[in-house]
Design a protein around this ligand. Sequence first.
Ligand SMILES: [Fe+2]
Length: 330
Amino acid sequence: MSVPFPIDETYVEPNFDVAQLASVEIFSPKVDETLWFFTELLGMSESGRDGDSVYLRAYEDYYHHSLKVTYRNEPGIGRTTWRTSSPQALGRRSSALEANGVAVSWRDGDLGQGPAADFVSPSGHTHSMLWEVDYYEAPESERSRLLSRPQKRPLKGVPVRRLDHVNHLVDDVTANREFLQDNLGFRLRENIVVQQREAAAWMSVSPLVHEIANLADRTGRSAGGNGGLHHLAFWYGFPQHLLDAADMFTDYGLTIDIGPGKHGATQAQFLYVFEPGGNRVELFGDVGYLIFDPAWKPLTWTEKDVDKSLIWYGSPLNREFTLFSDRVAV
Ligand SMILES: [Fe+2]
């Protein structure tokens, strides 16, 4: 039976082939110190080692790992890995990429992950898609009595609960946003357009406001497909945890970049801190807001309200500070 109204045949139906952000790889010149940060302060657990890489997960991450830390001389980002909604969806997306002229190369997956299809976005970031994952199984001593929790809440630091999102620094936000929308089905949720140039875009494939953001790199380092990492974000839970974490970072000599504060875009309460290897990590939480509208109209912040988009309250926004760079200002 057809619907009792005329269907607009030009309406683009949402594509749900990509389901979630599965894991992110970061590079660190100080792997031991980086591991100390994630395990002792953020309560994450090591789930494996392979060559120069160490795998980690937060206590409510369901898979083998959500973070891979690999030794490199400089901090930065490796693969951003997406899980598809089915094995068929993985096949569809890899075929669609190739049909659009994007090179796809298959490889054996990382530890705890099945075969993965790698491809590179216009910004030069390596993305990966997969279906098969190993689910984490806690040893008896770590099993929670809450069936909805894959392990007990750790007794270390201020434990984060799960990987939330990644923010790529790019030279052309619009080109990368359109690449993610056209090839992977990302929906644009919010963006910033200043002087007719798109400076930031928040995109998701789920009710989360974003699993990935693209931010314009004003330093020029991301030119020519050499995009970097602005930050990697873990969901911490609720505001008291954020304040406790801020206290802890100060006690232990970490550099807090900005926060605690609240974003206008996403509405999350946040804090940015530099882990000892030099990567910016965001603690992101207090739910923010969720999107259930299948026909969501993107929210665009412009000159008149852009300051409130990034920092709704908390630390003032200093444009010369670090928001559009991957390094601490000196
Ligand atoms: Fe973020």
